[in-house]
Ligand binder design. Structure first.
Ligand SMILES: Cc1cc2nc3c(=O)[nH]c(=O)nc-3n(C[C@H](O)[C@H](O)[C@H](O)COP(=O)(O)OP(=O)(O)OC[C@H]3O[C@@H](n4cnc5c(N)ncnc54)[C@H](O)[C@@H]3O)c2cc1C
Length: 423
């Protein structure tokens, strides 16, 4: 009888990258992958971008077809894991099968948070998490409907830009009074806001949805505490809930804010179970509390880390978190994590072209934000990795050669910022 091998629960980005990495480490045992969806693993970032507007649907494979065949996986699509038995080391499937495992990898991602007044499955209501969701929205956009987007986060705003590009009139309803204020410096948030308005979007900020009424001819009226609007289609983009129920029910530790708790090696509280991707909350070196990241880079990195830990290989050094979003024709990239009380300094002018902000504490770069300046952000990446103070006056001057400056700042400088308390 062959050994049970690795069972991967989930068949998304992290699952595919982990399986590929396991083979890369020379693992020759059985890999079984369970996917709730009917598709093989695909990339989700294009779902709110090219899939909605490109003349042809782009290729979405996480692992190119020929490489995927070499990975040699027993992929069970449309097959959901419903229970995990840690002591018997078994996964129970929805169809009643029971799969034994030597190692289980949980890579279950997350679900779109839902709104009771606009539930998934209702006609003219959209959530965008899967390729089937995106295809349905793309089809709806063909009729150039009036679209109301509930939620002005990265996803909601990407969909707003795509819908406008497809010819729809768009209104974004957002509870906060400024866009993405938890992630962007105020200047970047203001730039985004005016760009969307110039492109024709109506923004209802500081607005709470109160009611949705269905009108004749499938129209809908949305009432908020700051006004009303009519729409033909509604998109709900109000965040993600990590799929951690399987782990929680099995008795694995789950973080207080949700997410399967993992250490720096993606180990869960059970030595035979690992987890990676959107479903996790990770205790990272240098951070006091576990962090939950919902990003492509995090899914890939954790997948490679988990695969290395499973076979006892050296894991890649943890990278500074990186995230990108495409907002209309602009590309925004972020490095590090935003935190309360960061001070931001800017290089460039949002009104005229590429811009870079460094959010710092005492001169130590902690959060970088780039608009159409991804290459510049990459050039200063080592400064985020080293965690030492740098000379930010020089960074802000147009005349400063950024690459030369970054090279000079490698190793850090004495902080020029007075500490708030005397020693
Ligand atoms: C529309 C959209 C746009 C995005 N854009 C960006 C972007 O611009 N930049 C960026 O950095 N990130 C972006 N992301 C986020 C990025 O795609 C995710 O962080 C990444 O897909 C996470 O990978 P994952 O494998 O953890 O989860 P997923 O890719 O969600 O895969 C999890 C899979 O597990 C399956 N599953 C769940 N439970 C079970 C179960 N019990 N049994 C079997 N299968 C199960 C799910 O059905 C799903 O197929 C975007 C995401 C979406 C949805």
């Amino acid at each position: 009888m062959t050994a049970p091998g690795v069972v991967i629960v989930g068949a998304g980005q992290a699952a595919a990258v982990a399986a590929h990495a396991l083979r890369g480490h020379g693992y020759r045992g059985r890999i079984t992958m369970l996917g709730r969806e009917r598709h093989k693993p695909y990339e989700r970032p294009p779902l709110s971008k090219a899939v909605l507007v490109a003349p042809e649907e782009p290729g979405l494979d996480v692992i190119a077809q020929d490489a995927w065949e070499r990975v040699d996986i027993d992929l069970r699509s449309s097959n959901e894991a419903v229970a995990l038995d840690l002591s018997a080391r078994e996964v129970r499937l929805a169809d009643g099968q029971v799969l034994p495992y030597e190692i289980c990898l949980i890579a279950t991602g997350g679900e779109a948070r839902t709104l009771a007044s606009a539930p998934p499955g209702r006609s003219h209501v959209h959530y965008v998490r899967t390729i089937d969701d995106a295809r349905r929205l793309r089809a709806a956009l063909q009729g150039k409907p009036r679209i109301a987007i509930l939620g002005g986060g990265f996803l909601g705003l990407e969909i707003a830009s795509s819908a406008m590009a497809a010819g729809s009139a768009v209104t974004v309803i957002e509870r906060a009074t400024s866009l993405l204020d938890r992630f962007l410096p105020p200047e970047a948030s203001a730039w985004l806001e005016s760009g969307l308005q110039q492109a024709g979007a109506r923004l209802m900020l500081g607005a709470a949805l109160e009611r949705i009424d269905i009108l004749p001819e499938d129209r809908m009226r949305l009432s908020t505490d700051v006004g009303e609007l009519e729409a033909d289609e509604i998109v709900v983009a109000i965040g993600l809930t990590p799929n951690d129920a399987l782990a929680r029910d099995a008795g694995l530790e789950v973080a207080a804010g949700g997410g399967v708790l993992v250490d720096a090696h993606c180990r869960t509280s059970n030595e035979h179970v690992f987890a990676c991707g959107d479903c996790t909350s990770q205790q990272r070196p240098g951070y006091e509390t576990p962090t939950r990241l919902e990003s492509w880079q995090n899914a890939n990195e954790q997948a490679r880390t988990a695969a290395a830990a499973m076979v006892g290989a050296t894991a890649p050094a943890p990278a500074v978190p990186w995230f990108w979003t495409d907002q209309g024709r602009h590309n925004i990239q972020m490095l590090g994590l935003p935190a309360p009380g960061l001070e931001y300094v800017r290089r460039g002018d949002p009104a005229t072209g590429k811009v870079l902000w460094i959010g710092h504490r005492g001169g130590v770069p902690l959060h970088g934000v780039a608009i159409d300046a991804g290459a510049d952000l990459r050039a200063i990446r080592p400064l985020f990795e080293q965690g030492k103070p740098v000379l930010l006056d020089e960074f802000q001057q147009d005349a400063t050669d950024l690459r030369a400056w970054a090279k000079q700042m490698r190793g850090g400088v004495r902080s020029t910022v007075q500490p708030p308390l005397k020693a």
